[in-house]
Every structure is written in structure tokens, then in C-alpha cells.
Ligand binder design. Structure first.
Ligand SMILES: [Zn+2]
Length: 174
């Protein structure tokens, strides 16, 4: 997630894409659940560096010059955002479980660890917004620095197609 794209939004590649790629890598790379989580976590920043589209968060308050001061305002808009984010995260768990989990049931733990790892950096941003302490400050700086400086927010169709393609390619690799 980052703050460089356009004025109206906090921008982030959607959680479903992060979770799908995290789960795929955790399944593909022989590892244990903790390593699977770490692989998903690391993949988040690489995905963020690709220019992408995202949906709008109404409760975000941003400062383009000082992205570290960006915030999320708890109120009516936040609860609407929470529904959006919650559905995105649920889809992020459901898609890899459905497309990868049916292959082998013993993969389910790895899928969950990779998917949750892939989404965790964005959840930690919300924690940072409300609790600005280390190590979250350093992580937030790193997150911002890794994020693509250009995006596809003026091209939503292309943006959606790109993220769908990333998910399909990831699942096809398994
Ligand atoms: Zn992010």
C-alpha cells in the first residue's frame, strides 16, 4: 500500500492478489508453515513495486509530501471500508484454498500461511496508523519505499485484468 498515486486514495494492490501469490509461493517453495508465512510476507513488497490499480478507501487521509503522516479516520466511512477490506481478505483466503487446496489437503496449512503472510504487511499499515512506534515506523518507511511510484488508477479495466492475470498465472504454476 502506498500514497503516491492520486489524491483521492491510499493505494494498494488488492489483498486477494497478495494472498494468492503468497499462497502459491508457499506451496511451490519447499518449506515449513513459518517459512511459508515469511515467503508470503516478502512477496508482498515485490508485488507492490509493480505499477497497479487499487480500490478507493474513503476513510484515508493522506499527505503526499509526508506519506509517513498518512492516517485512516475511524468513523462511518471506515466501517464501509472495513467491509470492502474484509471481503477482499476473505476472497484472498477463499481463492487459493479453492484452486490450490483441492489438489492436496495437506497443502491447506501452507496455503493459509502464505496467504496470510502476503496480506499481513497491509494490515500492519493500519496498526501503524494508530500506533506509530518501532518497528512499525521502519516497516512503514520500507513499505512506502518499495511501492511503485506510478499506478494504473486511471485505467481500472487494465488494472483489474492485470491483477486477474497475476492470480491466474500464479495458480497455473502450481
Ligand atoms: Zn502493500
Amino acid at each position: 500500500m502506498s500514497f503516491f498515486l492520486n489524491n483521492a486514495r491510499i493505494a494498494f494492490m488488492i489483498l486477494t492478489t497478495h494472498a494468492s501469490v503468497g499462497a502459491t509461493l508457499a506451496v511451490l517453495i519447499p518449506s515449513n508453515p513459518i517459512l511459508g508465512f515469511a515467503i508470503g510476507f516478502g512477496s508482498h513488497f515485490i508485488l507492490d513495486s509493480i505499477p497497479h490499480w487499487d480500490y478507493k478507501l474513503r476513510s484515508s487521509k493522506r499527505n503526499k509530501q509526508k506519506p509517513l503522516t498518512n492516517d485512516i479516520i475511524i468513523g462511518k466511512d471506515f466501517y464501509i471500508d472495513l467491509i470492502k477490506i474484509g471481503l477482499d481478505a476473505l476472497l484472498g483466503l477463499a481463492l487459493p484454498l479453492f484452486f490450490l487446496g483441492f489438489l492436496q489437503h495437506q497443502l491447506i496449512l501452507m496455503i493459509l500461511c502464505g496467504a496470510i503472510g502476503g496480506m499481513t504487511p497491509d494490515f500492519l499499515q493500519f496498526v501503524y496508523f494508530k500506533w506509530r512506534h518501532e518497528p512499525l515506523i521502519s516497516l512503514q518507511k520500507f513499505h512506502i519505499s518499495m511501492h511503485a511510484k506510478t499506478g494504473l488508477n486511471d485505467k481500472p479495466l487494465l488494472g483489474v485484468l492485470c491483477q486477474t492475470a497475476i492470480i491466474v498465472i500464479a495458480f497455473a504454476l502450481v
